[in-house]
Ligand binder design. Structure first.
Ligand SMILES: Nc1ncnc2c1ncn2[C@@H]1O[C@H](COP(=O)(O)OP(=O)(O)O)[C@@H](O)[C@H]1O
Ligand SMILES: [Mg+2]
Length: 340
């Protein structure tokens, strides 16, 4: 496909802009990274020959809708991960595009809403025969837990490791209660308490360009972590680039694993993608215990898609150029609309 055709297509790039007033509940680095992704997507699609503009979503949804209406783009690259600092409202933005009949890239509102609820997603994966760690929702620090320690305590409906910190892994009742109370107080939601899977961590991107296929497996290398630190990708390790937890958890892609494990992870990632009705792209997070059993932690239907994050790294490892990825996604979104 040449540039002549793309030139006639107008692309809008929607993202949630960090706003210190409305985003008090979340943390700055993860929120700001979406704007960076929007700029990278803008560069990529401009290079492809499309005419593109960014569509920042601030605290007024009405102002955003007016911007969308004024631009009247043929297709929107939807990078919105939250509204007014709430990831729980991420799916509503996609739902608005659906109601407006706008073509947009990435997952639909139903899949975004489902996967943001980790416990519900796990129930569906489990029912479909996919392995997930034993888990329970605790809505009070005094609620009874029937999962043996160690466990990890995380918010049930957040993403980007929000609410996951070095002390989220607990080994006794006192710390369990403390962490559950912290989730309730700070994140205003029940805690998801999960068996702590001690072992390696993998991520598998899935790309659906006609049919879902797994990208090369990525692994978090915990070998350089300071002594005594839990081997988890907590908020500090994911976002605070100057933190020792960030610098000591480098991703390795492709992961150094044997063919059998690679096949198992990739096959499970595609099944998880299909089970949660994903489309276009998603990333599936895994842990593997010391016996070699793998567990799906979660499905990310709106993963960090910036150039320095895992999904783009996996695309590069698969030999797929970042801009070619966006071209495929734009064409898929336009084809979905044409079909309607
Ligand atoms: N059951 C678990 N066992 C071991 N580590 C876990 C478990 N659940 C979460 N983690 C750690 O916490 C990180 C964030 O958890 P995850 O469920 O992927 O939520 P999110 O990325 O949406 O914040 C994971 O990347 C992993 O390092
Ligand atoms: Mg994750």
């Amino acid at each position: 496909m040449g540039k002549v055709k793309e030139k006639n297509i107008l692309v809008g790039i929607a993202f949630n802009a960090y706003d210190p007033i409305t985003s008090q509940k979340t943390e700055r680095p993860s929120e700001e990274s979406v704007e960076q992704t929007a700029k990278e997507a803008l560069t990529a699609v401009t290079e492809l020959g499309y005419t593109a503009f960014i569509l920042p979503l601030h605290k007024s949804f009405m102002a955003f809708l007016n911007r969308v209406k004024d631009l009247n783009a043929d297709v929107i690259i939807n990078l919105c991960e939250a509204f007014a600092g709430y990831p729980q409202l991420e799916s509503n933005v996609a739902a608005a595009f659906e109601l407006l009949g706008v073509a947009f890239t990435g997952n639909d509102s139903r899949t975004l809403a489902l996967c943001l609820n980790k416990f519900k997603t796990k129930a569906i994966l489990k029912q479909s025969g996919l392995p997930t760690a034993p888990a329970k929702i605790l809505d009070s620090p005094d609620a009874k837990l029937d999962i043996p320690f160690p466990v990890i305590v995380k918010p049930n409906t957040e993403d980007a490791s929000l609410g996951v910190h070095p002390d989220s892994v607990v080994r006794d009742q006192e710390n369990l209660q403390k962490q559950v109370q912290r989730i309730i107080d700070i994140h205003e939601q029940p805690a998801l308490v999960e068996a702590y899977i001690d072992g390696r961590e993998f991520n598998v991107g899935v790309l659906d360009d006609g049919k879902p296929e797994a990208l090369p497996v990525s692994e978090i290398d915990f070998s350089k972590m300071p002594e005594g630190q839990e081997h988890i990708l907590c908020y500090e390790a994911k976002w605070l680039t100057d933190d020792i937890l960030y610098t000591s958890t480098p991703p390795v892609c492709p992961a150094q694993i044997d063919d059998a494990l690679k096949a198992k992870l990739q096959e499970t990632a595609v099944k998880a993608f299909l089970t949660t009705s994903c489309r276009d792209y998603a990333r599936v997070d895994f842990r593997m215990d010391k016996k070699g059993k793998i567990y799906v932690l979660e499905v990310n239907p709106n993963p960090d898609i910036s150039l320095n994050a895992g999904y783009a790294r996996a695309l590069a490892a698969a030999g797929i150029e970042y801009k070619v990825f966006w071209q495929k996604m734009i064409e898929k979104a336009l084809a979905r609309k044409a079909k309607k």
